[in-house]
Ligand binder design. Sequence first.
Ligand SMILES: Cc1ncc(COP(=O)(O)O)c(C=O)c1O
Length: 500
Amino acid sequence: MLELFSSITIDKDSETPLYIQLYENIKKMIEGNILAPDMKLPSVRQLASSLHVNQITVVSALKLLQKDGFIYTRPGSGTYVEDLMSLPEDKNRDGSSIVADELYLQDDLPMIADGQINVSSKTINFASATPTPDLFPVEDFKAALNEVLDRDKGTAFAYQDSHGYYPLRECVAGMMQKAGINCTPGNVQIISGAQQGIDIISKAFLRQGDSVVTESPTYTGAIAVFRTRGAQIVDVELDEDGPNMELLEYSLKKFKPKLIYAIPSFHNPTGYTYSESKRKEMLNLAEKYDCYIIEDDYVSDLDFEGKNLLPLKARDKNNRVIFIKSFSKIFMPGLRLGFMIVPQDMRSNILEAKHTTDISTSGLIQRAFDTYIRKGYWDKHFKFMFDIYEERYFKTIKVLDECLPDGVHYTKPGGGLNIWLNMPYGFSVNSLFKQSAANDIAFAPGSIFYSSNSSKRMNSLRLSFASVYTDQIEPGINSLCRMIRTQQEKNISLRNMPIL
Ligand SMILES: Cc1ncc(COP(=O)(O)O)c(C=O)c1O
């Protein structure tokens, strides 16, 4: 058996990581039927010693092969070659069989329009990672607005400095100092939401054909921005503790990107959080390969299990990080308010991009928000939202632990608003999506968070608990689990059907 692997050539001087080379070699052997369906593979130790690579290289290659559906494991027995012919048609293995899924998504454009999933008032909504309007602090914000109008009169409606209303920048700098980030009002750029932040950074620094590195999967709004700028998106696989660093370095070396777009804490869509060591390593790599990191912090403060995460920006000695903060997940997303902390030498380019985009974020809203913070309403509202999300988080985790069928995996994020479910290979998330929609349950199919067909994984999904009421969580997840089980049973009976 081991002799079959003797044809594998691994070039230790190549720029391609060893585990990718090994992955490609084994994949070719499976596709060429050199490794037959259901054949047991040698152990990791045997493969490593016969190929003269270390065991981590073999494990990484096997992990990727399993993720892409070329092999499967039998607990306690070993790793086996998948029977490619017996798998449902809509599985993405080589990029060509993806068509079924894409057609499906197009068929359902009313359900998924521009990355947004429509829901009705009856829907149990695990699809949106956004607070519902009943939680918005309308009365307190009205009081702050009225106070500003009485105080500033017409000035509140004049053009605002593009940089942002100074007292608000002062307030924000104070908040950031408390979070461990050393900044002054001069580094703070007020923006009309984090989405605008990603857009104006790209406008300022990306030209047609420039490369930008993103995690894979990642936030759809960022993918859309990079695409509209004509940038080449280089995606790097995201593991549970952050991006695959070998692949990140390989991509930085090969594609020389200007920007890395990263969501290090309670990532969207996976909920994963970078480890301390990967945070440090990413900063070192940005310095080594002369590129900048956009750190998108959209929910790091929703830390329900005490991870006490330090943003990349807090360690950014070399001024490589542009930090973006959204208020939309805690506050009222329709206000369109957020801020960035910008390294000194990038300030003027970013200010110019902001000015040509909308001159400034609404002066009235900035003033009202400044008053809202200074009067202590923000702290009160944050606590209110934290408690609600925390309750929903723990409820979601509890119900998932109780009822998720075998073969469905997830990692507890510890915070944020999203949970990423990895379904077993051969499972059709799109069928589940369609069936759930018919049963008034919405979630986000994982495939929409990938930038390219070649990296797309069709067997994951995102559950968000921001828009779902606590008492809907148990019935919603139970019903979803029932649908998952039914599909799994159908798949098993199809596989076992005798061929006459
Ligand atoms: C990771 C991430 N970044 C940015 C945004 C956009 O936020 P904003 O409403 O502040 O523009 C979102 C919204 O969902 C998001 O999930």
